[in-house]
Unconditional design. Sequence first.
Length: 197
Amino acid sequence: MATEGRSALLQLVEPALTYLSGYEAALEQGWSPNNVRDVSGEQLAAIRADAAAFIGSLLSQTGTVTLPDGTEIPKLPSRLRWLWDGEFCGQIGLRWQPGTDDLPSHVLGHIGYAVVPWKRRRGYATEALRRMLDVARSVGLNLLEITADKGNVPSCKVIEANGGRFVEEFVQPRYGEDVRLRYVIDLVAAADGGRPR
Ligand SMILES: CC(C)(COP(=O)(O)OP(=O)(O)OC[C@H]1O[C@@H](n2cnc3c(N)ncnc32)[C@H](O)[C@@H]1OP(=O)(O)O)[C@@H](O)C(=O)NCCC(=O)NCCS
């Protein structure tokens, strides 16, 4: 099936117990929804301890998140969605600071995403980001920042296909010495047909 046809099958669903077995199976195969820290083991333990509480923690708008260096920081407001085509395909999440397009320096972009290896190259990440741009607009954002590891060609393509404009290379020491690429998407221009200003 062509990529366009496949991505029409894609739904963005709120995490729920109904979809959890596919998510759990992906974790069991070593997939991590967090791209900077492998959380597969700790999430499997949490699911097995209390599946409903695990879903609640994903959706919670309070609490903390753990950075790769172990620092615990307050969670920002967020919207988390799972990619679903009848099976679990991956995750996309939006986080933001109310009232501003700015992010704290330790946050690597407003949106992060990961597709399980066996559902890649079907256009799912590109389509998921396209749909999350509407969610970003709905929470009041005008300008979105997304980062990709330097050399992550698929992720750069996903961002550029959604109007992403490359801004700069940077290193965020809290995440090690990796060089990352910062992009912005002008959500007002993107609503006008995806042409960045
Ligand atoms: C990056 C990632 C989300 C892309 O997911 P995906 O659903 O396969 O992406 P798409 O199918 O929408 O493909 C986007 C583009 O990348 C290309 N692409 C995908 N995988 C590729 C690969 N391994 N090598 C080269 N190009 C690739 C696709 O052909 C497509 O290009 P096109 O628009 O020119 O046709 C997925 O590879 C992934 O989960 N990687 C690990 C986590 C990660 O890097 N997340 C991003 C952090 S910023």
